[in-house]
Structures are given as structure tokens and as C-alpha cells.
Design a protein around this ligand. Structure first.
Ligand code: DX5
Length: 231
């Protein structure tokens, strides 16, 4: 159930399980689905592309058995093209690769789509929008990282909001408004409305959903309330 409908667009919620309690991962994923999450994001990290190691194929396969919503694999790994087929086989419905990690982005995006999944390209904070100029028409999603990839619980980089707005203008000007604008990193109740007003349509949230202060359902309800005023 989308978080909101704003400017004629559905705003989708994609909780990131990176901050979840891994001792109860199936329940934690199920709680997000039960609270109306649209997608579930799995952050795959290899210790090379990013300075952290997280989860891989067996966890994706286990989550596939636990939930029915869209499984979104954010690959923060070097040469992701080596593994996209395995992630689709494990149950990924959507795969995002970093433009900084793959040498032949068009080939990698095409490959993901030939495998029957939807495809996204991610930009780390220092990577300019200009690198997307040629690949945009082939994408289902652009992921704007609002933190340096690798860890949950980091602070949102404020200049990201303007980057989102510029991307939104480019997409609308090129008739590509259907492409998801996903934002990931440091999204909280107090910055969500500005991020969505700038043009984001797919919101990744980790520690603001998976934390000790509240249940997953309470956290997601709070995010919905935060957007209600913007509808
Ligand atoms: C960081 C990951 C994010 C992270 C988000 O590299 O890509 O998905 O888990 O967590 P928060 O919302 O806590 O920044």
C-alpha cells in the first residue's frame, strides 16, 4: 500500500532490512509486509565496493520464501554483472547496480531485464546525474544514495534533495516520468516530505523502521502520517 499519492504519483515504501534483527529476519520482513510496505530492500555488500560485508544469495532465497512483496536487491558489490542471474534465480524481482561498480552498464541493465527482473542504476553521493544521460531510457529505477553506501544509521546528506529535484526535472522533460526515483540513506519522519516534494517516488528506510523505540507497524504508520500533510 503506497505511502501516499502525490502529484499523481504513488510513493512506494521499501524498508531496508540492514538494520533489522537478523536473529528474526523472516518475522521482521513479514512485519514490514503486514504494515503495508510495497518493496523490501536487501543491501548486498562485498567488502570491496563498500567497506562492509552484509548478506548474499541464501538470505535473498530465504526472504523470498518468507514474503510476497517485491524483493529489491541493491547490489553494492564490485562487478555486479557476475551475480545478477543468481540473484534473480534466488528470488529478486528488482536489481539495482552501482554505476561506479560495473564497466558496461548498458549490457548489465539489459541482462537484468532479459532475466525477467526490473533494473535500476544507483549513484553514490559524489557521482553526478550526467552519467545517466545515455542509459536513462533503459532504466526502471534510478537510486540516489543520500549517504555514502555501506552502513545504516548515517545522516542524510542535505544537498541530495536538490539532486533529486534536478533528476525529476530531467525525467519529466524527457518524458521518462514513469521511472522510479528511489532515495536511500538517512530518511526519517522529519525529512520525508521534502524528499517526496523534490520528486522521489520510492523511499528506502532502514533504522527509522527497524529500531528499539517502536514496532515496525508503529514506525511505518508514523511515516504515513508524515506524508499525509503533503497529499
Ligand atoms: C546503506 C544502505 C541503506 C541503509 C539505509 O548503504 O544502502 O539501505 O540500510 O538505512 P538508514 O535508513 O538507516 O540510513
Amino acid at each position: 500500500m503506497p505511502l501516499a499519492h502525490i502529484n499523481g504519483r504513488s510513493i512506494l515504501l521499501a524498508p531496508s532490512i540492514l538494520s533489522a534483527d537478523f536473529a528474526h529476519l523472516g518475522e521482521q520482513a513479514g512485519a514490514a509486509e503486514a504494515a503495508g510496505a510495497d518493496w523490501l530492500q536487501v543491501d548486498v555488500m562485498d567488502g570491496m565496493f563498500v567497506p562492509n560485508i552484509s548478506v548474499g544469495l541464501p538470505v535473498v532465497a530465504a526472504l523470498r520464501r518468507a514474503i510476497g512483496i517485491t524483493l529489491d536487491c541493491h547490489l553494492m558489490i564490485a562487478q555486479p554483472e557476475r551475480y545478477v542471474a543468481d540473484f534473480v534465480k534466488a528470488g529478486a524481482n528488482h536489481i539495482t547496480v552501482h554505476v561506479e561498480a560495473t564497466r558496461h552498464l548498458h549490457r548489465t541493465i539489459q541482462h537484468i531485464k532479459e532475466l525477467g527482473a526490473t533494473a535500476g542504476a544507483a549513484l553514490s553521493p559524489a557521482t553526478p546525474l550526467g552519467v545517466l544521460e545515455e542509459i536513462l531510457p533503459y532504466l526502471d529505477l534510478v537510486l540516489i544514495m543520500s549517504v555514502n553506501p555501506g552502513f545504516g544509521g548515517q545522516a542524510y546528506i542535505p544537498t541530495t534533495t536538490d539532486k533529486i529535484a534536478r533528476l525529476r526535472r530531467i525525467l519529466d522533460a524527457r518524458g521518462l516520468g514513469h521511472i522510479h526515483v528511489q532515495v536511500d540513506g538517512g530518511v526519517k519522519v522529519d525529512n520525508l516530505a521534502a524528499i517526496v516534494s523534490a520528486g522521489a517516488t520510492n523511499i528506502v528506510v532502514g533504522s527509522a523502521i527497524y529500531n528499539e523505540r517502536q514496532t515496525v507497524a508503529e514506525a511505518i504508520a508514523e511515516l504515513r502520517r508524515a506524508l499525509r500533510s503533503a497529499e
